[in-house]
Design a protein. Structure first.
Length: 247
């Protein structure tokens, strides 16, 4: 962002840092444990924040090319990008809330981090960056907003494919939803259906593949196997935690 959008990229990076601070602060305040899926949610949040700033800056570039003043181009850029940014963030927010309330374990952790991150991203992309631009404009420090422009405008008529693309998209959506309804609960894994946790202690560490094969042959689907150390005792061979789908 800094290399391609220069000063505007630096503003985006400041907003991105604020985004991460808000996200981690909220997670700490509600006592959320940071897990690997949670980190994945943070990474996705960073990607969405960068995408939102790219949309805004490209709109500002378009308005500047039309001959508008810098203040007018910035205002129009935010106004024109708002609908797209708001739509993408709300769509992702709906998905993350579903994951948070329907999922368990790692899925829930991903949903919590993504929900907080999406809200923080929406705030920093639309409010924090705009406040910074307005602040420097009011003081007369910003006279121009130069940006690199590697990919020029094309003459491809994408809209002529709008109807076939619309029809093809809805056909794929209908097929996917129909097949998902046909599969029913078999489409859900242990992270959505939950399961049982069983702890076994071994005198000698067994190979995970052997244990997984034996559990699967016993009729238990999707076993999740991991070793855990016993705390507060002498170092023994790791005990094994198993979780499987109910029924």
């Amino acid at each position: 962002m800094l290399v391609y959008y220069l000063l505007a990229g630096m503003v985006a990076n400041v907003a991105l840092i604020a985004n991460i601070i808000i996200l981690l602060g909220v997670m700490c305040s509600i006592g959320t444990t940071l897990t690997l899926p949670g980190i994945a949610g943070i990474v996705l949040t960073v990607g969405m924040a960068v995408d939102a700033n790219v949309l805004i800056y490209e709109r500002i570039r378009e308005e500047t090319a039309k001959g508008k003043s810098l203040r007018g181009a910035i205002a129009a850029g935010y106004a024109r990008a708002f609908g797209t940014i708001f739509d993408s963030h709300v769509t992702t927010l709906i998905s993350s809330v579903i994951l948070m309330y329907m999922g368990t374990g790692s899925i829930k952790g991903f949903g919590v981090a993504l929900t907080i991150g999406v809200l923080a991203s929406l705030f920093t992309a639309l409010v924090v960056t705009r406040m910074i631009f307005d602040w420097v404009l009011d003081r007369g420090w910003l006279k121009a907003l130069p940006m690199f422009h590697l990919i020029r405008a094309t003459k491809l008529d994408f809209m002529k494919l709008a109807k076939p693309a619309f029809i093809a998209s809805w056909i794929l959506i209908a097929i996917g939803v129909g097949y998902g309804l046909h599969r029913g609960k078999s489409a859900f894994g242990v992270d959505f259906l939950g399961g049982d946790t069983t702890i076994f202690a071994f005198e000698k560490k067994a190979d995970e593949a052997v244990v997984r094969s034996a559990i699967t042959k016993a009729g238990i689907k999707d076993p999740l196997i991991q070793y855990q150390k016993e705390s507060g005792q002498r170092a023994r061979d790791a005990s094994r935690g198993l979780r499987h789908r109910n029924g």
